[in-house]
Design a protein around this ligand. Structure first.
Ligand code: IPM
Ligand code: MN
Length: 346
């Protein structure tokens, strides 16, 4: 019989509330014969203050036993900037080789966008997750003096670029429009830019049905606002991907509905799924958070594990809920979760 052994990391702030709703919807959508086992982990600011730990080797070993990880949000103003980011989130991405950072942007019916004329927005960003300027390859000299020099070297390996580019081509191939855009800055970052461009063009030969193009990252930010419909699948490096996916979320309904997956496609390690939003301490514990982004992240999780039908039911339920939202008035976090759970069950 089938089973899902899930690690659950509610984390900080609204993470606790939205994860509860994500699990509610997950339980409701799974058929009887799928056994769902969950184990909760207490990572986040509280544990950091109590123990000084963010994520230990023993934690990684425990997490590795799971099929997938659902994360709420990690972060709190009481923890210095960078500590949990590097010590937890990035550590996990690197340790579990989450090289595909998947961030879909779909403007659903009933959702407001700051863009004029409600354009069609339905694209997915495949952001490289383990290289670029995120590897910690850098340092300072003459530290603390007027002549301090800081470097933060962007690491791009042929191996790392090829696997993420290949993944993006496969995703483009599977979508109706079959279009893949490489976003980089190869007019200035010529070393890394040429590596990306060469590999992109090489892999393209294996996917003759996929239409390709190239856009510099600065121009891409213009098109994301003036003509987002031109995008189907985007592949890009870690830092460009970080920046353009925030913009993408902003134009396609905001972080209340933005989902993401930190994926190890070969499943050598568990992948982690999380809403793009943070812990929002200002509204934590008040039932005000929108659990939709977490619920959509659960759909990404299910699709990764091969439960395509169940993932589809969640996407459909979310679309229906959003369509009716305007007429329903203000609902609490758990009311939205209840509504989605009953839709996917029904
Ligand atoms: C994200 C976040 C992270 C990133 C930070 C918190 C490390 O901004 O998931 O997009 O830069 O990748
Ligand atoms: Mn980000």
């Amino acid at each position: 019989s089938r089973s899902i052994n899930l690690a659950v990391i509610p984390g900080d702030g609204i993470g606790q509330e939205v994860v509860a709703e994500g699990l509610k919807v997950l339980s409701a959508v799974l058929p009887q014969d799928v056994k769902l086992e969950t184990k909760e982990y207490d990572f986040g600011a509280k544990r950091y203050h109590a123990t000084g730990e963010t994520l230990t080797d023993a934690d990684l070993a425990a997490l590795k036993q799971h099929d997938a990880i659902l994360l709420g949000a990690i972060g709190d103003p009481s923890v210095p900037s960078g500590v949990l980011e590097r010590g937890f989130l990035l550590k996990l991405r690197f340790a579990f080789d989450h090289h595909v950072n998947l961030r879909p942007s779909k403007l659903l019916p009933g959702v407001a966008t700051p863009l004029a004329g409600q354009p069609e927005i339905d694209f997915v960003v495949v952001r490289e997750g383990t290289e670029g300027p995120y590897t910690g390859n850098g340092g300072t000299i003459r530290t603390g003096t007027e002549h301090e020099v800081a470097t933060e070297v962007s690491v791009n390996t042929a191996y790392g670029v090829e696997r993420v580019v290949r993944d993006a081509f496969a995703r483009a191939q599977a979508r109706p429009r079959k279009k893949l855009t490489l976003v980089h800055k190869n007019n200035v970052l010529t070393f890394a830019g040429h590596l990306w461009t060469n590999i992109f063009n090489q892999v393209a030969k294996e996917f003759p049905e996929v239409t390709t193009d190239y856009i510099h990252v600065d121009a891409a930010t213009i098109y994301l606002v003036t003509d987002p419909a031109r995008f189907d699948v985007i592949v890009t490096d870690n830092l460009f991907g970080d920046i353009i996916t925030d913009l993408a979320a902003a134009v396609s309904g905001g972080i209340g509905v933005a989902a993401s997956g930190n994926i190890n496609p070969g499943r050598a390690f568990p992948s982690m799924f999380e809403p793009v939003h943070g812990s929002a301490p200002d509204i934590a514990g008040q039932g005000k958070a929108d659990p939709t982004a977490t619920v959509l992240s659960v759909a990404l999780l299910l699709r990764h594990l091969g439960y395509d039908g169940e993932a589809e039911r969640i996407d459909t339920a979310v679309a229906a809920d959003l369509t009716e939202r305007a007429s329903l008035g203000t609902r609490s976090t758990s009311q939205i979760g209840d509504a989605l759970a009953s839709r996917v069950a029904g």
